[in-house]
Design a protein around this ligand. Structure first.
Ligand code: PLP
Length: 413
């Protein structure tokens, strides 16, 4: 890609951009929440739609000149509705966190109780971490996974009856099993609570019909658009028709001002891609790659958490598997060009700054064309790096092999 104007005008930013581009090409990207967007999506992000103020919604904006912004926002909405079978969609959330904040604001009053997944068991920061704004406004109570990695829905029901939440929340950012949507939404109904699924991590798997769709079961479904869904960085809210007004008002003017129209246009382009048959193949390949990674790591004797994976990622307890901390594991893998993140394990005794686990995801490498054969190689590199005790020569040798593999699978070049 050429950036002729940027190159001439601002060499500092241009240089950083070239570095980042090279990093993304030469490294194995296994952060479970990242992906590579298409060139069409990249192009759309850099368009003049960024110049336009479009407060309001298609057909009812506050400023004039909306004939083309209305077109792209309507396309994004209609395509998202078709992808997920939703009654109403709001595509204006700037990211996943403000989408969740708006969803809470639409249905909850300050002080209301929310039952969500405990953060060390896979729940996201926005599901009640004490440092977040939602946790200061609402009362979050966490439910946990069992030793075998599943959720005990009888226990969840008992907890819901005791805590009397106004919202039962499903969804996660570091959990690897399929949730029982019917059971969770039934529990919410029983206690008179709203139900919400945050599908940020698995939206692409759902769009590609590789895993079940939560939309028919929940009052509200929130998501990011940049993880497995492979669109621009952004958020989105899907909901039942009767909540449409409350959701739209909570997004604007509740939480945000003007929407990012270049991003919304890029969302439309990405959703168009996700509607194509190739995207189903992509989603299925993600599942196969993640399963292969799990099986290979188990062959090497590593401790895969939650009893394995049914989505796009695996969680490893690296303390138990390799006698290294999550932070050390991240460092060793960085040294060989494999990017992952340290992660807490359920009820982690070590705490979040240097936890016991790592999270490894396959959406980005699947986009660049890795299949089972390459995943087996990657598993070998991961195992060798984590067993290396930080030996520099060993890590350098693995790094060379990683670079060679990446060269065979260019992303943008
Ligand atoms: C990533 C994620 C978010 C937050 O998305 P941002 O775009 O980073 O704000 C919210 N919920 C879940 C479950 C996530 O995985």
């Amino acid at each position: 890609m050429k950036y002729t104007h940027l190159k001439k005008q601002d060499s500092a930013v241009y240089k950083a951009l070239l570095g980042e581009q090279k990093r993304q090409e030469e490294g194995v990207e296994m952060i479970a929440s990242e992906n590579y967007v298409s060139v069409a999506v990249l192009e759309t992000l850099g368009t003049v739609f960024t110049n336009k103020y479009s407060e309001g919604y298609p057909g009812r904006r506050y400023y004039g000149g909306q004939e083309f912004t209305d077109v792209v926002e309507t396309l994004a909405i209609e395509r998202a509705k078709k992808l997920f079978g939703a009654e109403h969609v709001n595509v204006q959330s700037h990211a996943g966190a403000p989408a969740n904040l708006a969803a809470y604001a639409a249905i909850l009053k300050p002080g209301d109780t929310v039952l969500g997944m405990n953060l060390s068991h896979g729940g996201h920061l926005t599901h009640g971490h004490p440092l977040t704004l939602p946790a200061q406004i609402y009362r979050f109570v966490g439910y946990k996974t069992e030793a075998d990695g599943t959720i005990d829905y009888k226990k969840l029901e008992a907890l819901a009856k005791k805590e009397k939440p106004k919202l039962v929340l499903a969804g996660f950012s570091s959990y690897t099993r399929q949730l029982d949507y019917a059971k969770i939404s039934a529990i919410a109904k029983k206690v008179g609570a709203y139900s919400m699924m945050d599908m940020a991590h698995i939206a692409g798997l759902i769009a590609g019909k590789a895993v079940p769709n939560p939309v028919p079961y929940f009052d509200i479904v929130t998501t990011t658009t940049h993880k497995t869904l492979r669109g621009p960085r952004g958020g989105m809210i899907l909901c039942r028709a009767e909540l449409a007004k409350a959701i739209d008002r909570a997004v604007f003017p509740g939480v945000q001002g003007g929407p990012l129209m270049n991003t919304i246009a890029a969302k439309a382009v990405a959703f168009g891609e996700a509607l194509r048959p190739e995207f189903k193949k992509y989603a299925r390949q993600i599942l196969k790659n993640a399963k292969t990674l799990q099986k290979e790591m188990e062959k090497y004797g590593a401790q895969v958490l939650f009893g394995g994976t049914e989505n796009h990622m695996i969680m490893l307890d690296v303390v138990k598997s390799y006698d290294v901390s999550g932070k050390e594991a991240e460092k060793y893998l960085d040294a060989v060009g494999i990017t992952i993140n340290k992660n807490v394990v359920p009820d982690d005794p070590r705490g979040p700054m240097d936890p016991s686990g790592i999270r490894i995801g396959v959406p980005a490498v699947t986009t660049r064309g890795f299949k089972e054969k390459e995943i087996k190689l990657i598993a070998k590199y991961i195992h060798r790096a984590l067993s290396s005790k930080g030996e520099v020569k060993l890590l350098n040798n693995i790094h060379k092999e990683v670079k060679q593999l990446c060269k065979k699978f260019p992303v943008y070049l």
